[in-house]
Design a protein around this ligand. Structure first.
Ligand code: GLP
Length: 251
């Protein structure tokens, strides 16, 4: 894993956006795996800027989002789908039919997960997977536990994760779904390149367990150590529990 440490979260976000724009320049018809969450906001903001200045072209790209709440309709304000529409998709030149999402409201969630896997495979898999990390080292909605399911599946959310998502539900924890659909870690590990971004002190322990701990289902992000090409982009606060923080350039 290559580790890049920036002084501020803004610099880290810009480095991640630059890595994505570079991927799109290398291969315009790239398949991108995308997350939601606070960390991704500054990255999408910068990608929109890069699009406006002609440095990021989404016209032939395809996107696959990595997770969605169960029993939440894609049009609902709280859905991850609505988040992506608002912060990225509606603001760049990505064709609407190039957006691929798990339907959290599907009648048969297991069949929906299989459909998503088939759709991703039919598009040749992900060229670049952008990830955030939860404070408990979850990726997507793959929560710490004794066992993990490899492929896209229905997952139960940890209380810490539900709390972290509470702002989407007007601060009402009881309204945050208890389950979600998520890309599995084996699916994530098939991406040709992974860019994981973590910013802020609240992620420092998770980052340390991902990078310096044993590979364990207790820290799902540690499984990324098995991937040959992972760029980990951090700000100094997220890096503060690493043995030797060092400042780096853009990947
Ligand atoms: C959420 C999402 C993840 C995201 C993570 C971090 O629950 N399911 O895909 O990467 O938690 O979110 P944030 O960037 O808001 O800290």
């Amino acid at each position: 894993m290559n580790i890049w440490i920036f002084r501020t979260s803004r610099e880290a976000a810009h480095a991640a956006a630059a890595a994505m724009a570079a991927q799109l320049a290398r291969k315009p018809a790239s398949v991108l795996g995308l997350p939601t969450g606070r960390t991704s906001l500054a990255i999408y903001e910068e990608l929109v800027r890069l699009y406006h200045v002609g440095e990021a072209d989404f016209s032939t790209a395809h996107t696959f989002n990595i997770d969605e709440f169960l029993k939440v309709k894609s049009g609902d304000r709280q859905s991850y789908c609505a988040f992506m529409q608002k912060h990225l998709f509606r603001r760049v030149n990505l064709p609407a039919d190039h957006v691929h999402f798990l339907n959290g409201d599907a009648g048969d969630p297991e069949a929906e997960c299989a459909r998503f896997e088939d759709d991703l495979a039919a598009h040749g898999g992900m060229d670049l997977l952008l990830l955030g990390i939860g404070s408990n080292a979850h990726i997507g909605f793959n929560e710490p536990g004794r066992r993990l399911r490899a492929r896209t599946h229905r997952a139960r959310l940890a209380i810490a994760t539900r709390r972290a998502n509470v702002s989407l539900f007007r601060g009402r924890l009881d309204k945050v779904p208890r389950e979600a659909l998520t890309m599995g870690i084996a699916t994530m590990l098939e991406a040709r390149m992974i860019v994981l971004v973590a910013t802020g002190r609240s992620k420092a322990r998770a980052v340390a367990s991902m990078l310096t701990g044993e590979i364990s289902t207790a820290a799902p992000a540690s499984l990324l150590q098995l991937h040959p090409r992972v760029e980990v982009i951090l700000d100094s606060a997220a890096a503060e529990k690493l043995p030797q923080p060092r400042f780096g350039a853009e990947p």
